[in-house]
Design a protein around this ligand. Structure first.
Ligand code: P6P
Length: 336
């Protein structure tokens, strides 16, 4: 008998379509958005991999060796994502960390029923020193009447998300996403240019190994936050000490904690009284993923996904990761 030598590789395209088939009412629009984002991720990965050679490192406003106006990689990534998704007829609006206002779909393209919010290249300052960076995205369904999108379509609480994901451009390029049916990770095989299913049904351990926080801000935290971080460090004897791991790149810190268990914290501080991270396209998508993997995410007083946004680029304090460790934060940060 001839042995079947074909590998049972599952590409992201195959996985998305198989997931879609579980829902007879699905129109395929959301699948299309995910395909387009997977394509954009491959294009960004190429740019990130060659940034040092292509002389597109550094800050905007300087000229490269050819004397051309240099663009920051995150601006380039922003354009790649917009061009990958704006013509598919699935979106009615977008929002990007790189652009102040809501981004409407060009008039000559058909509009759809979804909104896409994204940080095209989070942590891009790390690129110059070869530290992993990431793309983060969130998908909402339009709620306002009529074809034209309204700002209210973007300012929805995180529990309304229909999909969320991130791409980490690290030692390998991985795309991790959820549509509310668990969390699934795909690793890019550059030899064939395909994202292959490598981490089906990802689950975050209930208690974490890693504590990810920038301790340089300790003097700027409130006393309850300082006590909480001491608890995670094992200093009050009520919890075993966690290992400190802080890369300073949100997607990389989150991804490691998702796999190994951990707690990432970016508390409010006197320098950033609302916290640093953006609610709509950083905190919400990772919180959706984390909850789908069995974890949790709060702002210190409430569930991240319950926050009603009021501004496109609003920031939030952030505590996200293993459920038991977020529960400690809930207990210790609860108003007296
Ligand atoms: P800090 C990167 O600039 C970023 O937005 C996130 O990726 C990261 O988690 C955070 O800022 C790091 O901030 O203040 O610790 O350097």
């Amino acid at each position: 008998m001839v042995k079947n030598t074909a590998t049972s590789v599952v590409t992201i395209e195959r996985y998305i379509i198989e997931q879609e088939r579980l829902y007879p009412e699905a129109t395929g629009e959301l699948s299309g958005i995910l395909y387009d984002l997977a394509l954009a991720s491959k294009m960004i990965a190429n740019k990130v991999r060659l940034a040092g050679l292509a002389d597109i490192l550094g800050a905007q406003g300087t000229d490269n060796v050819q004397g051309e106006a240099q663009q920051k990689l995150d601006v380039i990534s922003n354009d790649i994502i917009k061009k990958a998704v704006d013509h598919g007829g699935r979106l009615c609006a977008m929002a990007s960390e790189e652009e102040d206002d809501m981004i409407l779909i060009p008039d000559h393209f058909k509009r759809g029923k979804y909104c896409l919010l994204f940080d095209p290249l989070d942590g891009s300052s790390n690129i110059d020193v070869n530290v992993p960076v990431g793309t983060i995205f969130s998908v909402l369904k339009k709620t306002s009447p009529g074809v034209e999108a309204q700002l209210s379509d973007l300012l929805q609480p995180g529990y309304k998300q229909v999909a969320a994901g991130y791409v980490i451009y690290g030692s390998s390029t991985m795309l991790v996403y959820t549509t509310g049916q668990g969390v699934h990770g795909f690793t890019l095989d550059p030899s064939i240019g395909e994202f292959l299913l490598s981490h089906p049904d990802m689950r975050i351990p209930a208690s974490g190994r890693y504590l990810s926080v920038n301790e340089a801000y300790e003097q700027h935290w409130t006393e309850p936050v300082r006590a909480l971080i001491r608890r995670y460090r094992g200093m009050d004897g009520k919890r075993a000490a966690m290992n400190g791991r802080y890369i300073g790149s949100l997607v990389a810190d989150f991804h490691r904690n998702l796999l190994g268990g951990g707690l990432f914290a970016y508390p409010a501080n006197t320098k950033s009284p609302k916290g640093k991270l953006r609610l709509l396209y950083e905190c919400n998508p990772l919180a959706f993923i984390c909850e789908q993997a069995g974890g949790a995410a709060i702002d210190g007083t409430q569930r991240i996904l319950d926050i009603q946004p009021t501004e496109l680029h609003q920031r939030s304090p952030y505590f996200i990761g293993s459920k038991n460790d977020v529960d400690i934060a809930v207990e210790m940060l609860r108003a007296p």
